[in-house]
Structure formats: structure tokens, C-alpha cells
Design a protein around this ligand. Structure first.
Ligand code: PLP
Length: 374
């Protein structure tokens, strides 16, 4: 049987081997509760401190600005709800229509409690322009949340400019950088952001752990009430093993950022060249700056979900931009937000390559697509 090919790295990634090794100690031997005062807790406490410092260094933050969470979804919920519910004047939140559901559904939740939210549509290239934000923002805006890079299209947003606009109106700026952290340079000081969400399993860390960067001085509600963990803002016994795994994975990805990027971009180019050489007609979605490895392709008149299943039968995991039930095809909110014509949207797939993919993987993907499309 042909080798299995994993090409859905935007959904999750393989755990970094060093991260796995680093985690074991805190599960099997040094399993003490990091918040207890006795000596058995000294090492886990120290490990937690070091992990916080490592993560802070990777994004140019201060250690006390890093709050551990259960992942991207929780970080996003905290940012949206923690600011909205803390604003007794019911000032508005602005976000984009193509955010991950972690943001969109958190926004819907605050709307149900009477806090207004406005949703900006990206342009056809998959970008929220500074002009778009200018046309939405008012002095009644409390929070602007725009993702660093879109998870379906890979398009990188002009975060620094958007952030400057938010600050010019005294609004707080949050970015969901779940797809970006560990894959491209993310420097919170250069960007100027007030809050930033990240998730370990997207950068070869373990699942169920992430963090929210909250700039010193930003005022929002605690997310989980209970013990004094995470500076009294997010209660619950710390998952030391997962936190150490996350820090190790992030440090490794940052250490090899340039070579990983070059490797993935090379694979990406190879794949497109092979499709071209085979005379396969496709549209590549998402223009301008994109995340390395995210390749969003539309095959006019084809069925993206059928392509996904046929590739699955050939041992290749990818993702799609549409899902069918017995009567209808549900086009993803991202493709709807960029107003993609239906016949293209229905035939859309997302291939997301990572540092563990190889040229053989790309060969297998291009052969599979040729068999299905031609
Ligand atoms: N935000 C974005 C942009 C994502 O792509 C994802 C996951 O796909 C999330 C948030 C949710 O992250 P998690 O799986 O850690 O909850």
C-alpha cells in the first residue's frame, strides 16, 4: 500500500519529537501541582516559569503577558468576551466575516447579551484593508479583532496598520494568530497588538493547550474563576507537561523558522508546477502575502467534498471549502465572505503542507489530483 500522506497541517500538526520527550518527565515523575508550596512542587513551578519565558521570548512579549489557556478557541473567547463584558457602556466590537468560528461564535454570544458587533467583509483577495476598517470604526468601538492569517486561504492581514487605526480611536486590538505563530515571524511589539491568540497543536505542540498574550495595562475580565493560577485571570491546575511541550515545540519551530519556510515554499511551488505540467486547470485562491504551505485551490464545476473523499481513499488527507448534505452544498463562510462564485466555491480544496512533508508527498498529491480531475 502507498505511504499515507498528511496534508492538512492547518487542521493540526504532528507533535515535535523534542516536545514529546520534554513532556514525559512532568507526567510520570515530577507530577506535583505547580501551585503548591512544598518542595515537590518546586520543579514543576520552575518549569512553568521557564516555559512562560520561552514563549514570551518567541513573540517578543514579557513573561507576565503570557496567559496559558486550553487552546485557540479559549483564547479567542476570552479576548472577545473578556473585553465586551467588561465595557459597561456597551461599546461595539468590530471583527471580520471570515474569522474562525471561535471568534465568530464568541461574537454572536456577546451580541445575544446586547453588546453590538460589526462584521467586515474581506476583499476578493482575502484581505481586510485598512480602508475597510476606517469605514467601520467609530469612537464607540471598544475592540477590533482581525485574524493574523486566514485558516482557509492563508492570506496574511495588514495587522500593524489595522492596529494603528484601532489605537487612533482608543480601541483595543486583538489578533487570532493561531495559524501564524511558529510558522512566520510574530513580534507583538512590532505589530503593536494588545492581545494575541495562539494554539500549540498548530505549531507541532500538544493538543488542548495554547496561550493568550495580553499586553500589560489591558483591562479585561478573568476568563475562568477559581484559584489564583495565571495571575488570577484563568483558574485551574496548570497542565505543566502540555505547557512545557508547547514551549519546546515553539522554540524549535522558531529556531528553524527560515529553513522550515524555505522547505514548505519549495514543496508548494513543486506542487503547482506539477499541476501545471499535467494540464490541470485550477484557480489559486488568496492573493498577496500568504502563509507558507496553505494552498487553496478551486476546480471549476467539480465537487470539493468528492475530491476530499477520493483523496482519502488514496491515503491522502486534505481539507475542503464546502460540505454537502443530501440536498445542498454548504459553502464555507470564508469563501462566501470573499464572494467566490458558487461553481468555483463548490470545487474548492485546501492542501496545507508542513515541515514534515516531503517531495514524495507532493508527487502523491499531484498524481491523485490528476486522476480525480482529468
Ligand atoms: N483560530 C484559528 C484561525 C484556527 O485555525 C483554529 C483552529 O483551526 C482556532 C482558532 C481554534 O484553535 P484550537 O483548535 O486550539 O481551539
Amino acid at each position: 500500500m502507498a505511504k499515507y500522506v498528511y496534508a492538512d497541517n492547518a487542521a493540526t500538526t504532528k507533535l515535535d519529537a523534542d516536545a514529546f520527550k520534554a513532556m514525559k518527565l512532568w507526567l510520570l515523575e515530577e507530577y506535583g501541582n505547580a501551585s503548591q508550596p512544598y518542595s515537590f512542587s518546586r520543579k514543576p513551578k520552575e518549569a512553568l516559569k521557564k516555559a512562560r519565558e520561552t514563549i514570551a521570548e518567541c513573540i517578543n512579549a514579557l513573561p507576565e503577558e503570557i496567559y496559558f489557556t486550553s487552546g485557540g478557541t479559549e483564547s479567542d473567547n476570552w479576548a472577545i468576551k473578556g473585553v465586551a463584558f467588561h465595557n459597561y457602556d456597551h461599546k461595539a466590537t468590530i471583527t471580520s466575516a471570515f474569522e474562525h468560528h471561535a471568534i465568530l461564535h464568541a461574537c454572536k454570544a456577546v451580541e445575544r447579551f446586547g453588546y453590538p458587533v460589526a462584521y467586515m467583509c474581506p476583499d476578493r483577495k482575502g484581505v481586510i484593508t485598512p480602508e475597510k476598517l476606517e469605514s467601520y470604526i467609530t469612537d464607540e468601538t471598544i475592540l477590533v479583532s482581525v485574524m493574523f492569517a486566514n485558516n482557509e486561504l492563508g492570506t496574511i492581514q495588514p495587522i500593524r496598520s489595522l492596529c494603528e487605526i484601532a489605537h487612533s480611536r482608543n480601541a483595543i486590538f486583538h489578533t487570532d494568530a493561531v495559524q501564524a505563530v511558529g510558522h512566520v515571524d510574530v513580534d507583538v511589539k512590532k505589530l503593536g497588538v494588545d492581545m494575541l491568540s495562539a494554539s500549540a497543536h498548530k505549531f507541532n505542540g500538544p493538543k488542548g493547550i495554547g496561550f493568550l498574550y495580553i499586553r500589560k495595562g489591558i483591562d479585561l475580565l478573568p476568563y475562568v474563576d477559581g484559584g489564583a493560577q495565571e495571575f488570577g485571570m484563568r483558574a485551574g491546575t496548570e497542565n505543566v507537561a502540555a505547557i512545557v511541550g508547547m514551549a519546546t515545540a515553539l522554540r524549535n519551530n522558531i529556531k528553524f523558522l527560515n529553513s522550515n519556510q524555505a522547505h514548505v515554499i519549495n514543496l508548494e511551488k513543486m506542487l503547482l508546477q506539477k499541476l501545471d505540467a499535467n494540464g490541470i486547470s485550477y484557480v489559486r485562491n488568496g492573493e498577496g502575502q500568504t502563509l507558507p504551505g496553505i494552498i487553496n485551490l478551486s476546480f471549476n464545476g467539480k465537487d470539493g467534498e468528492a475530491i476530499l473523499h477520493r483523496m482519502d481513499l488514496m491515503g491522502i488527507s486534505i481539507s475542503t471549502g464546502s460540505a454537502c448534505d443530501s440536498k445542498n452544498t454548504e459553502i464555507s463562510h470564508v469563501l462566501q465572505a470573499i464572494h467566490m462564485p458558487e461553481s468555483l466555491a463548490k470545487g474548492t480544496i485546501r492542501i496545507s503542507l508542513g515541515k514534515n512533508n516531503t517531495e514524495e508527498d507532493v508527487d502523491a498529491i499531484s498524481i491523485a489530483i490528476k486522476r480525480i480531475i482529468l
